[in-house]
Structure formats: structure tokens, C-alpha cells
Design a protein around this ligand. Structure first.
Ligand SMILES: Nc1ncnc2c1ncn2[C@@H]1O[C@H](COP(=O)(O)OP(=O)(O)O)[C@@H](O)[C@H]1O
Ligand SMILES: [Mg+2]
Length: 286
């Protein structure tokens, strides 16, 4: 199982949106068995993805195994597991999150039997739950909302106390960094100077895409993201005829498709071995 952490240094960066779009893409385009592990507070992935399948929202580690594993193996699936439904991840008597780390490690190891990919939507740094996930995953991706705080937010994720570099040096030497993903959450953001600032200051961390006119991957503003039920596979991403105002521009839908395709390629490029941090799992109370 490949594991991808979607991480950021502030809320409303687009973490949940990117997690859910990628989960849907991995199911629809690649027929992957996807576990979405929602560590965020409050968890929102299940709500955003609601409508997938009745059993898509798991309520504990014992229901991790897809009930319909035969069909799942052939056609892929998306399961959402909220951390607050897993008793081993909600202990209050764990200020340093040492138990949380051990139990999350155990959970990922168990999940690797049934899923091809695990996407983790984490709380914003410096939350230690996000750091535990950083210490365990194969790779991390950081959506950054194109806005005035974008550069400091991105540099916190890369160079901050609990950023990728420090975690790689101290906790997870094999941790990869897929890169910074600019997210245009408001239509106006595209035309703003921040896009240019981001492009120049963070160039080396943007995810290269030779096929894109910009040369890197970005998530455009998408009106359908805000419509209930729009993340259900098979549903058209086109707005209803009577709501033309919500219709997404074809170039934005193309940029979105390119973004998800490149992220998928990056995931595919990761070796299929269990993440080094998950080997030699020892005692834990999960
Ligand atoms: N590409 C996008 N197009 C339109 N709206 C977006 C886009 N990305 C994020 N949003 C909106 O921005 C808000 C914050 O996004 P969200 O994914 O919930 O951020 P986070 O999980 O980091 O807090 C949400 O209301 C979401 O619908
Ligand atoms: Mg969120």
C-alpha cells in the first residue's frame, strides 16, 4: 500500500478538497482500492465523499476490511475512516502522541492488506497528529491556497519545526515530498499577484508538468467542488443547465484532470514496498 499525507500549515488550504478529488480519481480512473484516513478535526472527507457506497464510512478498525472484497478487488473502492471513530486514536492521556503514533502505525500496517493507496487528510501543522502521520507515510503533498500567506505557509511545511526536512532528518528518512500544490479556492485568486509570487518563490517545490502551459501542476477554482453530491463517481461535473453561473470553464476542468493525473503518476512511481517506518512493528495497544 502506498501512503500519501495531505498536509498544510493552515486550515482552508484545500487539504480535504484535494484528498477527496484524488480519492475519486484513483477509484474512477485507476480502479484502486483507496482508504481515506481522516485525522482532521472535525473530519469532513466522509461528508464530502458521501454518496459513494453505503459502507464507505467505516466506524472503526474492525470494519477496515472491505465487506465486498471480491467486487472491490476488481472495481476499486473508497473507504473513509474517521480517526475519531477509532478508539486507539482518541486517548486523552497521550500528550506526546506516542500511543497515537504506535496505533496509527499499526492501523496502516493492517490496512495495507486491503488497500492499494491510503490518503491521509491531517490537521494543520504543528498538530502532533500530523507529525505522527509524517513519520509513517511514503510521501507528503502540501496544498497551499493562493493567498497572501501562501509563501510562509509553504515554507513552514518544508522548513518549519515539524516540516518535511526536520521529520525526514529525525523520524522518517525515507519520507518523500511530492511538492506544493497551489489551490485556487476563489476565482479571483488566479489574477492576483500571489500566483506570481508563488511561482517565483516556490518554483523548486512546485510539481513539474511539462504538458501544462504553466509548467507545473495546480488546482484551479472549481464550482462543482461546492455542490452536494458532486464527488459521487459517475455524476457529471457539469452544472445543471439552469445554473449556468456555476458552470466550470473547460480549461479549469482540464487543469484539474492534469493535476490529478500527475499526482497519480507520482504515486505510481513510489515502490510498492511497505513504507520503511511500518516494518518491524512492535508492541502497540491498537
Ligand atoms: N479548487 C477549489 N475550487 C473551489 N473551491 C475550493 C477549491 N479548493 C478548496 N475550495 C473550498 O475552500 C474551502 C476550504 O477547502 P478545504 O479543502 O476544506 O480546506 P482544508 O481541508 O485545508 O481546511 C472549502 O469551502 C472548499 O470547498
Ligand atoms: Mg479539511
Amino acid at each position: 500500500m502506498k501512503s500519501l499525507l495531505i498536509i498544510s500549515a493552515t486550515g482552508r488550504s484545500g487539504n480535504t478538497t484535494v484528498t477527496c478529488l484524488l480519492a475519486r480519481h484513483l477509484l474512477c480512473a485507476c480502479r484502486c482500492r483507496v482508504l481515506v484516513l481522516d485525522l482532521a478535526d472535525p473530519p469532513r472527507c466522509a461528508h464530502v465523499l458521501a454518496g459513494y457506497r453505503p459502507h464507505a464510512i467505516a466506524s472503526g478498525i474492525q470494519v477496515l476490511a472491505p465487506k465486498d472484497s471480491g467486487r472491490c478487488a476488481l472495481g476499486g473502492c473508497v473507504h473513509v475512516l474517521n480517526a475519531d471513530a477509532v478508539a486507539a486514536l482518541v486517548s486523552r492521556d497521550d500528550p506526546d502522541r506516542t500511543r497515537y503514533y504506535a496505533n496509527l502505525r499499526h492501523l496502516l500496517l493492517v490496512a495495507a492488506r486491503w488497500f492499494d493507496v491510503c490518503l491521509i487528510d491531517a490537521p494543520a501543522l504543528p498538530d502532533l497528529r500530523a507529525v505522527c502521520a509524517e513519520a509513517l507515510v511514503d510521501t507528503a503533498l502540501s496544498p497551499v491556497a493562493v493567498s497572501s500567506g501562501c509563501v510562509s505557509c509553504a515554507s513552514e511545511v518544508i522548513n518549519g519545526r515539524y516540516g518535511i526536512r526536520n521529520v525526514r532528518a529525525r523520524l522518517n528518512p525515507a519520507l518523500r515530498f511530492t511538492g506544493i500544490l497551489p489551490v485556487v479556492a476563489t476565482p479571483a485568486a488566479m489574477g492576483e499577484a500571489w500566483m506570481k509570487v508563488m511561482e517565483t518563490t516556490l518554483r523548486e517545490w512546485l510539481i513539474a508538468d511539462a504538458a501544462s502551459p504553466r509548467g507545473y501542476v495546480w488546482l484551479p477554482h472549481l464550482a462543482f467542488v461546492r455542490r452536494p453530491g458532486s464527488f459521487v463517481p459517475g455524476k457529471s461535473e457539469r452544472a445543471p443547465r439552469d445554473a449556468k453561473v456555476h458552470e466550470d470553464l473547460p480549461e479549469n476542468l482540464r487543469a484539474q484532470a492534469a493535476c490529478l493525473a500527475v499526482l497519480t503518476q507520482q504515486l505510481e512511481a513510489i515502490g510498492d514496498n511497505t513504507a520503511p517506518a511500518l516494518r518491524h512493528v512492535q508492541v502497540c495497544d491498537a
